[in-house]
Write a new protein. Sequence first.
Length: 216
Amino acid sequence: MTATDNHRVDSAHEPPLWENDKGSLTYNSRRALVQLLKGPLVRAHKEPVLWSAIISDEDNLRARLHEVFLELVVDEGEGFAFTRMVEEETLPIPQVLRTDKLKHIDTAILLNLRQELGLALPGERVIVDVEDLREGIGYVRAVDNRDEAGFNNRFNAAIKRIRNEYSLLSVTETEGRYEVSPVLRQLFDAATVTAIRDEYARLAEAEGDQEDASDD
């Protein structure tokens, strides 16, 4: 038994929180469940009370989420938790979480960030420079056929989304440099990164061939 196991709680015998309350989770476990459903993440250093509830009541929270076809992902080492849809090929799963289709430029940035994480040691902070990132996804400009000003505007907007809406980048003490959230390791595996980058490279090459043909 680990130290964490010693602090596991049994919510099944919790007293009701209000008259006619039929729930069985503790107050903080319910708050954690709500935040997990709202998303995108619960972070240990930002929400220590909710994080403690997730760790101590993980089995009960996992069971509640399974009732609505959601999987609980917990990384104690990196200190984050989130939910994602259950994947079962033989069972039709109703859509529970709201999903937004990523823009091309968002996808390219996230793939680049995921690659940076792949180069780091476990537990090591990954810091990226925004200008290096801009240069690293220049191939998207060819795919979308945008001029430099248009590309830069879309890039800046994407960085803002990834910071504020997806919570996958956080500011550092140095302007123009961001820390990459380790949760990206859970969202994109190495095979997915390679496959999508190869497809973008193919599209960029095809766009270049079309431009060469039009010049002839």
